[in-house]
Design a protein around this ligand. Sequence first.
Ligand code: R5P
Length: 301
Amino acid sequence: MQLLAFDDEVPLARKLAEALRWPWATVQRHRFPDGETRLRLPPALPWGVVLLRGLQDPNAKLTELLLAAAGARELGAGHLTLLSPYLAYMRQDMAFTPGEVVSQRHLGALLATVFDTVITVDPHLHRVATLDEVLPGRRGLALSAAPLLGAHVAQVLPRALLLAPDEEAAQWVRAAAVAHGLDHAVCRKQRHGDHEVDVALPDVGVRGRAVVLLDDVASTGRTLAAAARGALAAGAASVDVAVTHALFIGDALAQVQAAGVRHVWSSDCVPHPSNTVSVVPLLAQALQTPQMPQTPDLGRT
Ligand code: R5P
Protein backbone atom coordinates (compact mmCIF):
# COMPACT_ATOMS: atom_id res chain seq x y z
CA MET A 1 0.00 0.00 0.00
CA GLN A 2 1.14 3.53 -0.70
CA LEU A 3 -0.22 6.88 0.38
CA LEU A 4 -0.27 9.73 -2.12
CA ALA A 5 -0.95 13.28 -1.06
CA PHE A 6 -1.14 16.61 -2.81
CA ASP A 7 1.72 18.92 -1.95
CA ASP A 8 -0.47 21.14 0.24
CA GLU A 9 -1.50 18.20 2.46
CA VAL A 10 1.98 17.15 3.53
CA PRO A 11 1.59 17.64 7.31
CA LEU A 12 -1.42 15.31 7.58
CA ALA A 13 0.08 12.86 5.07
CA ARG A 14 3.32 12.63 7.02
CA LYS A 15 1.55 11.91 10.32
CA LEU A 16 -0.73 9.36 8.69
CA ALA A 17 2.10 7.55 6.90
CA GLU A 18 4.02 7.40 10.18
CA ALA A 19 1.02 5.93 11.98
CA LEU A 20 0.53 3.37 9.20
CA ARG A 21 4.23 2.75 8.55
CA TRP A 22 3.44 3.09 4.87
CA PRO A 23 5.53 4.72 2.17
CA TRP A 24 4.11 8.00 0.95
CA ALA A 25 4.75 10.44 -1.84
CA THR A 26 3.41 13.74 -3.04
CA VAL A 27 1.45 14.55 -6.14
CA GLN A 28 3.58 17.31 -7.59
CA ARG A 29 1.83 20.14 -9.35
CA HIS A 30 2.89 22.78 -11.81
CA ARG A 31 0.36 25.48 -12.58
CA PHE A 32 0.66 26.72 -16.17
CA PRO A 33 0.01 30.41 -16.87
CA ASP A 34 -3.35 29.54 -18.46
CA GLY A 35 -4.59 27.89 -15.25
CA GLU A 36 -4.11 24.27 -16.29
CA THR A 37 -2.10 22.00 -14.01
CA ARG A 38 0.57 19.44 -14.81
CA LEU A 39 0.56 16.64 -12.26
CA ARG A 40 3.42 14.28 -11.59
CA LEU A 41 3.04 11.02 -9.64
CA PRO A 42 5.65 8.44 -8.69
CA PRO A 43 6.35 6.61 -11.98
CA ALA A 44 5.56 3.16 -10.58
CA LEU A 45 2.78 2.65 -8.08
CA PRO A 46 1.88 -0.44 -6.08
CA TRP A 47 -1.46 -2.16 -6.51
CA GLY A 48 -3.08 -0.52 -3.50
CA VAL A 49 -3.00 3.27 -3.47
CA VAL A 50 -4.70 5.71 -1.11
CA LEU A 51 -5.03 9.25 -2.40
CA LEU A 52 -5.39 11.80 0.40
CA ARG A 53 -7.37 14.86 -0.66
CA GLY A 54 -9.60 16.98 1.54
CA LEU A 55 -12.24 18.69 -0.59
CA GLN A 56 -12.56 22.03 1.15
CA ASP A 57 -12.49 24.58 -1.71
CA PRO A 58 -13.81 21.78 -3.91
CA ASN A 59 -14.20 23.46 -7.28
CA ALA A 60 -10.51 24.27 -7.38
CA LYS A 61 -9.54 20.70 -6.47
CA LEU A 62 -11.88 18.35 -8.27
CA THR A 63 -10.30 18.50 -11.72
CA GLU A 64 -6.86 17.77 -10.30
CA LEU A 65 -8.27 14.95 -8.19
CA LEU A 66 -9.89 13.23 -11.17
CA LEU A 67 -6.73 13.62 -13.25
CA ALA A 68 -4.53 12.28 -10.45
CA ALA A 69 -6.82 9.27 -9.98
CA ALA A 70 -6.77 8.44 -13.70
CA GLY A 71 -2.99 8.84 -13.74
CA ALA A 72 -2.60 6.58 -10.71
CA ARG A 73 -4.55 3.85 -12.52
CA GLU A 74 -2.25 4.12 -15.53
CA LEU A 75 0.80 3.89 -13.29
CA GLY A 76 -0.24 0.65 -11.63
CA ALA A 77 -2.90 1.32 -9.01
CA GLY A 78 -5.36 -1.55 -9.14
CA HIS A 79 -7.32 -0.55 -6.05
CA LEU A 80 -7.67 3.16 -5.53
CA THR A 81 -9.04 4.72 -2.36
CA LEU A 82 -9.96 8.36 -1.93
CA LEU A 83 -9.28 9.43 1.63
CA SER A 84 -11.04 12.76 1.90
CA PRO A 85 -11.21 13.98 5.49
CA TYR A 86 -13.71 16.61 4.29
CA LEU A 87 -16.01 15.49 1.49
CA ALA A 88 -17.68 18.49 -0.11
CA TYR A 89 -21.04 18.75 -1.85
CA MET A 90 -22.75 16.41 0.61
CA ARG A 91 -25.28 19.01 1.82
CA GLN A 92 -27.14 19.39 -1.49
CA ASP A 93 -28.92 16.05 -1.11
CA MET A 94 -32.25 17.00 -2.72
CA ALA A 95 -33.69 19.56 -5.08
CA PHE A 96 -34.90 22.17 -2.61
CA THR A 97 -36.48 24.13 -5.49
CA PRO A 98 -37.40 22.83 -8.94
CA GLY A 99 -34.40 22.58 -11.25
CA GLU A 100 -31.72 22.40 -8.55
CA VAL A 101 -28.98 19.89 -9.30
CA VAL A 102 -28.62 17.30 -6.52
CA SER A 103 -24.86 17.69 -6.19
CA GLN A 104 -24.41 14.96 -3.58
CA ARG A 105 -25.80 12.33 -5.94
CA HIS A 106 -23.81 13.47 -8.96
CA LEU A 107 -20.50 14.03 -7.24
CA GLY A 108 -20.91 10.60 -5.63
CA ALA A 109 -21.56 9.01 -9.04
CA LEU A 110 -18.51 10.77 -10.48
CA LEU A 111 -16.22 9.62 -7.65
CA ALA A 112 -17.59 6.09 -8.04
CA THR A 113 -16.32 6.01 -11.62
CA VAL A 114 -12.70 6.51 -10.55
CA PHE A 115 -12.34 5.28 -6.94
CA ASP A 116 -12.98 1.81 -5.52
CA THR A 117 -13.39 3.11 -1.98
CA VAL A 118 -14.06 6.53 -0.51
CA ILE A 119 -13.33 7.19 3.15
CA THR A 120 -14.34 10.40 4.82
CA VAL A 121 -15.19 11.88 8.22
CA ASP A 122 -18.63 13.13 9.24
CA PRO A 123 -20.05 13.64 5.77
CA HIS A 124 -23.23 15.67 5.84
CA LEU A 125 -25.58 12.74 5.31
CA HIS A 126 -29.07 13.78 6.25
CA ARG A 127 -31.70 12.33 3.96
CA VAL A 128 -29.32 9.54 2.87
CA ALA A 129 -28.42 6.93 5.48
CA THR A 130 -25.00 5.68 4.35
CA LEU A 131 -22.11 6.80 2.19
CA ASP A 132 -22.47 3.57 0.18
CA GLU A 133 -25.73 4.99 -1.17
CA VAL A 134 -23.89 8.04 -2.46
CA LEU A 135 -21.31 5.89 -4.31
CA PRO A 136 -23.17 3.50 -6.58
CA GLY A 137 -21.45 0.12 -6.66
CA ARG A 138 -18.50 1.22 -4.58
CA ARG A 139 -17.53 1.12 -0.93
CA GLY A 140 -18.07 4.25 1.15
CA LEU A 141 -16.85 4.52 4.69
CA ALA A 142 -18.02 7.38 6.90
CA LEU A 143 -15.94 7.78 10.05
CA SER A 144 -16.88 10.16 12.84
CA ALA A 145 -14.82 12.64 14.79
CA ALA A 146 -17.75 13.34 17.11
CA PRO A 147 -16.66 10.85 19.82
CA LEU A 148 -13.14 12.34 19.71
CA LEU A 149 -14.53 15.85 20.09
CA GLY A 150 -16.77 14.54 22.88
CA ALA A 151 -13.72 13.08 24.64
CA HIS A 152 -12.00 16.45 24.53
CA VAL A 153 -15.08 18.22 25.89
CA ALA A 154 -15.52 15.63 28.65
CA GLN A 155 -11.91 16.09 29.66
CA VAL A 156 -11.95 19.89 29.91
CA LEU A 157 -15.64 20.39 30.85
CA PRO A 158 -16.95 17.16 32.43
CA ARG A 159 -20.34 18.72 33.25
CA ALA A 160 -20.89 20.38 29.87
CA LEU A 161 -24.19 20.42 28.05
CA LEU A 162 -23.64 19.50 24.41
CA LEU A 163 -25.98 21.34 22.08
CA ALA A 164 -26.62 20.52 18.44
CA PRO A 165 -27.34 23.82 16.68
CA ASP A 166 -29.81 22.10 14.35
CA GLU A 167 -31.61 18.79 13.89
CA GLU A 168 -29.04 17.59 11.37
CA ALA A 169 -26.28 17.79 14.00
CA ALA A 170 -28.29 15.65 16.43
CA GLN A 171 -26.54 12.49 15.15
CA TRP A 172 -23.07 13.81 16.03
CA VAL A 173 -24.07 15.34 19.35
CA ARG A 174 -25.76 12.11 20.39
CA ALA A 175 -22.66 10.08 19.47
CA ALA A 176 -20.36 12.42 21.38
CA ALA A 177 -22.62 12.64 24.43
CA VAL A 178 -23.39 8.94 24.70
CA ALA A 179 -19.70 7.98 24.37
CA HIS A 180 -18.73 10.25 27.26
CA GLY A 181 -21.77 10.52 29.49
CA LEU A 182 -22.54 14.16 28.68
CA ASP A 183 -25.97 15.81 28.67
CA HIS A 184 -27.19 16.81 25.26
CA ALA A 185 -30.04 18.56 23.48
CA VAL A 186 -30.91 19.76 19.99
CA CYS A 187 -31.80 23.28 18.76
CA ARG A 188 -34.05 24.12 15.83
CA LYS A 189 -32.64 26.14 12.97
CA GLN A 190 -34.19 28.14 10.19
CA ARG A 191 -31.91 29.28 7.42
CA HIS A 192 -33.09 32.28 5.44
CA GLY A 193 -29.94 32.74 3.34
CA ASP A 194 -26.21 32.03 3.26
CA HIS A 195 -25.60 34.42 6.15
CA GLU A 196 -29.05 34.62 7.74
CA VAL A 197 -29.86 31.99 10.31
CA ASP A 198 -32.26 31.79 13.27
CA VAL A 199 -31.66 29.21 15.99
CA ALA A 200 -34.24 28.37 18.66
CA LEU A 201 -32.93 26.72 21.83
CA PRO A 202 -34.44 23.44 23.03
CA ASP A 203 -36.61 23.30 26.09
CA VAL A 204 -33.81 22.41 28.51
CA GLY A 205 -32.27 24.56 31.20
CA VAL A 206 -29.03 26.16 30.03
CA ARG A 207 -28.83 28.71 32.86
CA GLY A 208 -25.48 28.39 34.60
CA ARG A 209 -24.39 25.55 32.32
CA ALA A 210 -21.16 25.26 30.36
CA VAL A 211 -22.62 24.87 26.88
CA VAL A 212 -20.65 23.33 24.02
CA LEU A 213 -22.08 23.65 20.52
CA LEU A 214 -21.09 20.64 18.44
CA ASP A 215 -21.58 20.51 14.67
CA ASP A 216 -20.11 18.79 11.65
CA VAL A 217 -19.05 21.93 9.84
CA ALA A 218 -18.56 25.64 10.47
CA SER A 219 -18.75 27.47 7.16
CA THR A 220 -19.94 31.08 7.50
CA GLY A 221 -20.14 30.53 11.25
CA ARG A 222 -23.64 32.05 11.33
CA THR A 223 -25.25 28.87 12.69
CA LEU A 224 -22.83 28.70 15.61
CA ALA A 225 -23.02 32.46 16.22
CA ALA A 226 -26.83 32.41 16.36
CA ALA A 227 -26.86 29.39 18.69
CA ALA A 228 -24.20 30.96 20.94
CA ARG A 229 -26.13 34.23 21.22
CA GLY A 230 -29.25 32.26 22.13
CA ALA A 231 -27.49 30.18 24.77
CA LEU A 232 -25.83 33.19 26.39
CA ALA A 233 -29.10 35.14 26.35
CA ALA A 234 -30.69 32.16 28.14
CA GLY A 235 -28.07 32.35 30.89
CA ALA A 236 -25.39 29.86 29.85
CA ALA A 237 -22.25 30.28 31.96
CA SER A 238 -20.05 29.83 28.90
CA VAL A 239 -20.31 28.76 25.29
CA ASP A 240 -17.58 26.84 23.50
CA VAL A 241 -17.63 25.23 20.08
CA ALA A 242 -16.49 21.82 18.81
CA VAL A 243 -16.62 21.09 15.07
CA THR A 244 -15.28 18.37 12.85
CA HIS A 245 -14.67 20.57 9.79
CA ALA A 246 -13.30 24.02 10.54
CA LEU A 247 -13.93 25.71 7.21
CA PHE A 248 -14.50 29.13 8.81
CA ILE A 249 -14.88 31.07 5.58
CA GLY A 250 -14.11 34.81 5.54
CA ASP A 251 -15.11 36.50 8.79
CA ALA A 252 -16.71 33.34 10.21
CA LEU A 253 -14.38 32.91 13.16
CA ALA A 254 -14.66 36.60 14.07
CA GLN A 255 -18.46 36.32 13.96
CA VAL A 256 -18.42 33.29 16.23
CA GLN A 257 -16.11 34.99 18.70
CA ALA A 258 -18.15 38.22 18.58
CA ALA A 259 -21.21 36.15 19.53
CA GLY A 260 -19.46 35.29 22.80
CA VAL A 261 -17.89 31.92 22.04
CA ARG A 262 -14.90 31.32 24.28
CA HIS A 263 -12.99 28.39 22.74
CA VAL A 264 -13.24 26.81 19.29
CA TRP A 265 -12.03 23.21 19.15
CA SER A 266 -11.86 21.39 15.84
CA SER A 267 -10.53 18.19 14.37
CA ASP A 268 -7.61 18.33 11.96
CA CYS A 269 -9.76 17.12 9.04
CA VAL A 270 -9.40 20.66 7.71
CA PRO A 271 -6.19 22.47 8.70
CA HIS A 272 -7.09 25.47 10.87
CA PRO A 273 -5.59 27.23 13.92
CA SER A 274 -8.45 25.80 16.02
CA ASN A 275 -7.36 22.17 15.38
CA THR A 276 -7.31 20.43 18.77
CA VAL A 277 -8.21 16.81 18.12
CA SER A 278 -6.41 14.61 15.62
CA VAL A 279 -8.24 12.17 13.37
CA VAL A 280 -4.97 10.51 12.32
CA PRO A 281 -5.47 7.42 14.56
CA LEU A 282 -9.06 7.11 13.31
CA LEU A 283 -7.97 7.29 9.66
CA ALA A 284 -5.07 4.91 10.23
CA GLN A 285 -7.32 2.36 11.89
CA ALA A 286 -9.83 2.55 9.02
CA LEU A 287 -7.08 2.04 6.45
CA GLN A 288 -5.83 -1.05 8.28
CA THR A 289 -9.17 -2.80 8.52
CA PRO A 290 -9.58 -6.04 6.58
CA GLN A 291 -11.85 -4.54 3.92
CA MET A 292 -8.89 -2.52 2.67
CA PRO A 293 -7.01 -4.56 0.06
CA GLN A 294 -3.68 -5.97 1.10
CA THR A 295 -3.20 -8.11 -2.03
CA PRO A 296 -4.54 -7.83 -5.57
CA ASP A 297 -8.15 -8.89 -5.94
CA LEU A 298 -7.78 -11.09 -9.00
CA GLY A 299 -11.53 -11.35 -9.41
CA ARG A 300 -11.86 -7.64 -10.07
CA THR A 301 -13.29 -6.86 -13.49
C1 R5P B 1 -25.87 22.26 8.28
O1 R5P B 1 -26.88 21.69 8.63
C2 R5P B 1 -24.56 22.02 8.92
O2 R5P B 1 -24.64 21.04 9.89
C3 R5P B 1 -23.99 23.29 9.51
O3 R5P B 1 -24.79 23.66 10.61
C4 R5P B 1 -23.97 24.40 8.54
O4 R5P B 1 -23.51 23.97 7.30
C5 R5P B 1 -23.10 25.51 9.04
O5 R5P B 1 -23.10 26.51 8.10
P1 R5P B 1 -22.75 27.98 8.51
O6 R5P B 1 -21.48 27.96 9.30
O7 R5P B 1 -22.59 28.69 7.19
O8 R5P B 1 -23.91 28.52 9.28
